[in-house]
Design a protein around this ligand. Sequence first.
Ligand SMILES: *Cc1c(COP(=O)(O)O)cnc(C)c1O
Length: 229
Amino acid sequence: MPASTLHDVLQRIENAIPAGSGSRPRLLAVSKTRPADDIAAIAAQGQCAFGENYVQEAAGKIATLAGTGLEWHLIGHLQSNKARQAAGLFDWVQTVDRNKLVQALATHRGAGRAPLNVLVQVNIDDEASKHGCQPGDVEALATAIAAHPNLALRGLMAIPAPHPDEARRRDAFRRMKALFDALALRHPQVDTLSMGMSDDLELAIAEGATMVRVGTALFGARRPAGDSA
Ligand SMILES: *Cc1c(COP(=O)(O)O)cnc(C)c1O
């Protein structure tokens, strides 16, 4: 892995920040299918937040890298029967899209631990194949999350459709930003809008992303065998 890769991605983020914006979006390094050694190599360059798609796959890496101070985000769909394990392993769950999951995570997040940071995942392009709640469901879910002291409502996450037309992708990011601003009016603790990946992080940041999730641009192309979503 070229040592300049993390630097290059951070530079892309820096260059994408709109003029006049005071804050720098966070980088979440998406490490699905990557071995713990690859994660350790990026961490050694100063990256601390990593995203994983599968609870089981993450469990092994989190154990291997325990004690290194990394922050772990679940960014893949979470089945309710894995909520207990996820609530114990992760610092953030970005894919909360139904009330049953809110209740399960709240039940299983140990009271002695820091609150579990939670993002509501929105199916912003209303794709039948995608997880995420409808825009109209965001407020009820946010209120349910905010009612639990061991969950911290932090904001919204989306995976817009990879539409070839840039204007369509921009529009999805804009609709997410409008939802995010409306949510922040009612829940002032909200500070995270997670959207944008390797191919479109500039567009997402231009439209207000505060966190981008980047895999391929950091680690190289994934092996097809491990690439199911
Ligand atoms: C894999 C994945 C990413 C990273 O995608 P890249 O195109 O490799 O940067 C971001 N978000 C989610 C939810 C993912 O599953």
